[in-house]
Design a protein around this ligand. Structure first.
Ligand code: HT7
Ligand code: ZN
Length: 865
């Protein structure tokens, strides 16, 4: 496999200005006829034309209607020598979508044909310069059997449709906006559609259409409503208006990721778009709304302005995640959104930065770009954009964004170009800030404090460091914005008067040196510093301070995010100390913060639930030096049990008082109520009474929505009542076996919400509901299991070998999906030696597999390095 490096980037020798495609779908093959209008980039002697192409059977090729005889097609590249600087290259090739299990390029998903071209799937459709800086207008004509595929879609606006001989028909679409091939899409299927319209702020009427296979027709309304909210929000908040006459979304049951922002024709994983209250939990509704928004927002941040090369992936993804986060915050509850986002970042991105696959937001090299659709590029990338927002302020950030979209419309650009716009509007120099794009690893900030009662001054000393990451042993200091307040002993915020780089308007102190000491004046008593409010920078903070200070933050900090953070710190220290043996019982501090949260009448239900939830295993693992898996399980369980028993009356009364027989409504208040009820029920059941278990079962059986149903069922699944568990799982499957999303939930409940053994997993994979070719089913079973810390890391270590065997099998079916399952094994060095060896041996098993794809090879090699 070849390593691609950012430093080697050069422009292509040729541009493609227009792409004309005819796609003829037949049962046993698809014929693709392409006409590419090509122009030399530069002058002088004509270099060879190199086109990417995978699994193409060549039928015919011409240049300006003259047959091309002299060409080489090997190693997925077609090379030929043009004799003119401007010409039309025509190729007719055959491909086999029915055999395409990689779900890249054109493939069959259930009864329909659809495409996935990002990052490099277009080369599986036809010969092309499959790179994002080659941008062309597209005309696409699709032909297929009319009875089997009555709906024929492609990017842009529809321009023609008609009948053909033999019961076939065609549709032609034209996309006037230049785009790279990764944004190409086409769909052919027997689909039903839900229609709506949106009138843009300039008064244009846009036709909105969501397509799904017939059995899913009743699940498209929520996505359509979400789409309209997104379109309006993007106009108001970012000044972005939609540009084509039509915007379409298609739901596909076979899909590698969540969704894809193809111009005017988004294709979604069914699980990320189809919703109904009967089958979708509150989390799912929230996720669908966010993904619909995310893909829609790409129309500007990604499509109108795209990436020069794949090293710039975070340019579109980091910015778009930031934008969808702002959207959700505006639609629902800003603090809750921040808590959830930071929790996600700490659960998934911090461990990535702390492991063998650590890479910068802008990676410097890759073997397989599909491996770089990571939480670092997406979520840390969004944090970096968020820090720019913090540093320049909301108004200038919007100006910078406007400038970026105006200046680079129709172009393929870099993260430097984006930052340059923010620098230009604000007059700030972001040279040092850009280290966030190029240096991997999570910076650590060590903080010390000193109060001087003589001078009424308080000092904070910040020392930043960043551990070496693969290929980067030395790190330079980052620019770190610290949003902060100083609190008095009652939790009131004090006025800040200090000598540091402090912005009084935004309450942000900016650190840029390895060590910074800031002196705060005019303080008659030692304050309690509330630092990194709302997680103003993606850093680890070490601040060894009196327990009373942490307790004050955990019970009284007016910044709800920091209150959450302080409580989580107390839970985390408790669990890790119980695991290491430093504590033999739960300390009083835990009771104090839990009681404060339970009794706080001001808190919303949703925030209260976040304060009462214990840290997850990935978070605990990421904060441990050496991991003894089963001791960690025992320690977390000890704390869970303690809280369950100690506050059993409160859990019971909250569970009962939070019940509601009202019709289901998805909004922040109702979702918060259900979330807190579900959590209370879990604690109540954990405390061990039959009454609680009966309540859980009744909640499951009487539920009029999926959230309540899952709350009841998961509480039962976490209990020891094997008979009841079995009965409910059987009932669930009988009831819902014809609904794909419900079956996916059923599979994942059995692997993630309860203890599961390898032999049970094997049985589940033999079940009629399972399909190794379907990524959602694979994620439900293998993803659920790998995230089930207790079962995955059980003492036999069988789970590691089992996962390795599945990766080896999946490698031949769907490399992109296979590669994702290497991650659960990659931190083997941090586990106790015996367990680490077992995990390592599973990785070696993967590496020894024949015909390893570049996807799996790259991930396995890195994990073992
Ligand atoms: N831009 C897309 C990323 C993507 C993808 C989506 C579906 C299947 C395979 C894919 N490879 C890359 C989705 C997004 O971030 O919006
Ligand atoms: Zn995206």
């Amino acid at each position: 496999p070849v390593t691609i490096r950012l430093k080697d980037y050069t422009q292509p020798d040729y541009w493609i200005t227009h792409t004309d495609l005819v796609i003829r779908i037949h049962d046993d093959h698809t014929e693709v006829e392409s006409r590419l209008s090509i122009e030399r980039n530069g002058d002088g002697e004509l270099p060879p034309l190199k086109l990417d192409g995978v699994d193409q059977t060549i039928i015919e090729m011409t240049i300006d209607d003259v047959a091309v005889e002299d060409y080489h097609y090997e190693h997925e590249q077609l090379i030929l020598q043009p004799s003119k600087a401007q010409f039309v290259f025509r190729a007719v090739t055959h491909i086999h979508p029915n055999e395409n299990t990689s779900l890249e390029g054109l493939y069959k998903s259930g009864t329909m044909y659809c495409t996935q071209c990002e990052a490099e799937g277009f080369r599986k459709i036809t010969f092309y310069q499959d790179r994002p800086d080659v941008m062309a207008t597209f005309t696409t004509r699709i032909e297929a059997d009319k009875a089997a595929y009555p709906v024929l879609l492609a990017n842009g606006n529809p321009i023609e449709e008609g009948e053909l001989e033999g019961g076939r028909h065609f549709a032609t679409w034209h996309d006037p906006f230049v785009k790279p091939a990764y944004l190409f899409a086409t769909v052919a299927g027997d689909l039903v559609r839900q229609d709506d319209t949106f009138v843009t702020r300039s008064g244009r009427e846009v036709s909105l259409r969501i397509f799904a296979e017939k059995h899913n027709a009743h699940k498209t309304t929520f996505a359509l409503e979400s789409l309209k909210r997104s379109m309006k929000w993007d106009e108001e908040r970012f000044g972005r208006e939609y540009d084509l006459d039509i915007f379409m979304i298609v739901a596909s049951d076979f899909f590698n990721m969540g969704a894809m922002e193809n111009k005017g024709l988004n294709i979604f994983n069914s699980a990320a778009v189809l919703a109904s209250e009967e089958t979708s939990s509150d989390d799912r509704f929230e996720r669908i709304e966010a993904i619909v928004a995310h893909e829609y927002f790409h129309n500007w941040s990604g499509n109108r302005v795209t990436c020069r090369d794949w090293f710039q992936l975070s340019l579109k993804e980091g910015f778009t995640v930031f934008r969808d986060g702002e959207f959700t915050a505006d639609m629902h509850d800003r603090t809750l959104k921040r808590i959830k986002d930071v929790d996600f970042l700490k659960n998934y991105q911090f461990p990535e930065d702390n492991g063998p696959n650590a890479h910068p937001v802008q990676p410097q090299e890759y073997i397989e770009i599909n491996n770089f659709y990571t939480v670092t590029v997406y979520e840390k990338g969004a944090e970096v954009v968020g820090m720019l927002n913090t540093l320049v302020g909301d108004e200038l950030f919007r100006q910078g964004s406007d400038l970026y979209f105006e200046r680079f419309d129709g172009m393929a650009v870099t993260t430097d170009d984006f930052v340059a716009c923010m620098a230009e509007v604000s007059g700030q120099d972001f040279t040092q800030f850009k280290r966030w794009y190029t240096q991997a690893g999570t910076p650590q900030v060590d903080i010390e404090q000193a109060f001087d009662a003589q001078t009424n001054t308080y000092q904070l000393t910040f020392k930043q460091s960043c551990k070496p990451t693969p290929g980067q042993s030395e790190k330079q200091p980052f620019v770190i914005p610290v949003r902060m307040a100083l609190l008095d002993q009652s939790g009131q915020e004090l006025t800040i008067d200090c000598d540091g780089d402090f912005n009084a308007d935004t309450q942000v102190l900016t650190l840029s040196q390895a060590e910074t000491t800031v002196t705060f004046r005019g303080l008659s008593e030692a304050p309690v510093a509330s630092l990194f409010r709302d997680f103003s920078a993606p850093v680890r903070v070490r601040f060894d301070r009196p327990e009373a200070d942490v307790l004050l933050l955990a019970t009284r900090d007016p910044n709800a995010f920091n209150r959450f953070d302080a409580i989580q710190q107390i839970y985390m220290d408790t669990i890790l100390s119980l695991a290491s043996g430093a504590f033999d019982r739960v300390p009083d501090a835990v009771n104090a913060v839990v009681e404060a949260a339970l009794n706080d009448a001001e808190l919303s239900h949703a925030i209260k639930a976040t304060l009462l939830r214990l840290p997850t295993y990935p978070l605990l693992v990421d904060n441990s030096d050496t991991i003894d898996a089963q001791r960690l399980v025992a320690a977390r369980d000890q704390l869970l049990n303690h809280l369950a028993v100690q506050y059993v009356d409160q859990w019971q009364s909250m569970t009962q008082s939070l019940a509601s027989a009202d019709p289901y409504r998805f909004d922040a208040a109702e979702a918060g109520r259900r979330e807190l009820q579900g959590l209370s029920l879990q604690y109540w059941v954990k405390a061990g009474s039959d009454e609680a278990l009966n309540y859980a079962e009744a909640l499951y059986r009487a539920a009029n929505n999926q959230t309540d149903r899952l709350n009841g069922l998961s509480a039962v699944l976490k209990s020891d009542d094997a008979g009841r568990k079995e009965a409910l799982l059987v009932h669930y499957y009988r009831q819902w076996k014809d609904d794909t999303q419900m079956v996916e939930n059923w599979l994942s409940l059995q692997t993630s919400a309860t203890d599961v053994s390898v032999s049970q997993l094997k049985d589940l994979m033999q079940h009629e509901a399972f399909d190794l070719k379907n990524p959602n089913k694979v994620r439900s079973v293998l993803g659920g299991f790998a995230g089930n810390f207790k079962s995955f890391h059980d003492d036999t270590g069988e789970g590691y070998q089992f996962l390795a065997e599945q990766v080896a099998t999946l490698n031949a079916i769907n490399p992109q999906v296979a590669a994702r399952f290497i991650k659960p094994l990659e931190n083997w060095k941090r586990f106790s030696p015996e367990r680490g060896e077992m995990m390592k041996s599973a990785l070696s098993h993967i590496l020894a597999t024949e015909d390893l794809s570049p996807d799996v090879l790259e991930m396995a090699q890195k994990a073992l390095a």
